[in-house]
Design a protein around this ligand. Structure first.
Ligand SMILES: Nc1ncnc2c1ncn2[C@@H]1O[C@H](COP(=O)(O)OP(=O)(O)O)[C@@H](O)[C@H]1O
Ligand SMILES: [Mg+2]
Length: 253
């Protein structure tokens, strides 16, 4: 069965960073092939993976509004189009959603896309969805079940309660979320006991969002981003990889 792992959290909390770290983890654990979906309109996950994007699903959606070439069924045409947008790498594919249609557009093109995405999803061991704060893309893609929702927060009580509200967006979208995991990111190292106490209080108050772990503020991440080198090439000895991998061990155990 394909496991769907989606990110939630307000802007700048580390959703894209965590998506890249998780991909590195899943590749190492051979939980492959992985489909990585960049569902942020201001796409940048590809940059952390040092990959170029030529075509987005948004661009393809525009094309399929036109006629289908003769001699091809709509399904065949859709599959061909989606494959054009897939960036195929060793162990994973990257799909960039790009700009969405206007609000409330559930036109035929979207429906065909959703149907084709359903079939595509079956080819993968895991799907990572890097969201922007809203999660409309998930329902557009027909991903109704999320096995693991990773909710990112900055290291503050207020941040955690905001994260809780963002995670609740999944309710109205009628997504079935099997498990939620809070990850507190960019924490000071060591974490002051008073802050840890606040975090624990907020976690208790938030309910149904257990703390999966804490990732410290990391110079290595900042330097890797500046260098433009892929996050997949971060050293396994680096503290940020060790911290995040032990969080993922906990989540996928
Ligand atoms: N643990 C961390 N240590 C240092 N910088 C981080 C850490 N996590 C994220 N960042 C930086 O914070 C910025 C926002 O992170 P990003 O993953 O893009 O957030 P989001 O996708 O939630 O908007 C990026 O520049 C990223 O490099
Ligand atoms: Mg992002």
């Amino acid at each position: 069965m394909t496991q769907v792992i989606a990110m939630a959290g307000k802007g700048g909390t580390g959703k894209t960073t965590t998506s890249a770290l998780l991909l590195k983890y899943l590749l190492k654990k051979k939980m492959t092939p992985v489909l990585v979906v960049d569902a942020d309109a201001n796409t940048n996950l590809n940059e952390l993976l040092d990959l170029d994007v030529n075509t987005t699903l948004g661009q393809i959606r525009k094309e399929i509004k036109g006629d289908i070439p003769s001699g091809m069924s709509r399904d065949q045409f859709m599959e061909m189009k989606i494959h054009q947008a897939l960036i195929e790498e060793s162990g994973f594919d990257l799909l960039v959603m790009g700009q969405p249609d206007g609000p409330g557009c559930y036109c035929a093109a979207n429906q065909y896309l959703a149907m084709t995405m359903d079939k595509l999803a079956e080819n993968y061991g895991c799907i990572i969805v890097d969201n922007e704060a809203g999660m409309e893309h998930l329902s557009r893609m027909n991903l109704r079940t999320i096995d693991h929702l990773l909710i990112l927060s900055d290291p503050s009580a207020r941040g955690i309660l905001t994260a809780r509200r963002i995670a609740d967006i999944t309710g109205p979208l009628q997504l079935d979320v099997k498990a939620r995991h809070l990850i507190v990111n960019r924490a000071p190292d060591p974490i002051p006991p008073a802050l840890m106490e606040k975090i624990n209080q907020a976690v208790a108050e938030a309910a149904d969002m257990p703390l999966a772990g804490i990732i410290s503020s990391s110079d290595e991440l900042i330097n890797q981003e500046l260098s433009g080198d892929s996050y997949l090439r971060l050293s396994e000895d680096s503290p940020v990889i060790q911290q995040s991998f032990s969080i993922f061990d906990h989540i996928f155990s």
